[in-house]
Design a protein around this ligand. Structure first.
Ligand SMILES: [Zn+2]
Length: 84
């Protein structure tokens, strides 16, 4: 049995435990934070960008404008949003 590290198609979070997967369904493309109880994508691009921007501001000490730019660049590259 091979173990692969999967990451969420919406926010990029690494999913290892079954509880990390949306709908607690291993193999789901989205993590528990990005999906509803059935495991369907339940967040918007805007929400994921805000989440990233906040994180960059807090952890990297970026100013809000720079944090926002960086967040948009990161989130746009993720599978759920790349064809937006
Ligand atoms: Zn996610």
């Amino acid at each position: 049995m091979s173990e692969r590290c999967q990451s969420c198609g919406s926010c990029g979070m690494a999913m290892r435990l079954v509880e990390d997967f949306g709908g607690a369904h291993r193999g789901n493309r989205y993590c528990v934070h990005c999906s509803d109880r059935e495991g369907n994508l339940a967040v918007t691009y805007e929400r994921v960008v805000s989440y990233f921007a906040e994180d960059f501001e807090k952890r990297r000490g970026l100013n809000p404008t720079r944090a926002r730019e960086l967040a948009e660049a990161c989130v746009s590259a993720l599978p759920a949003w790349s064809s937006r």
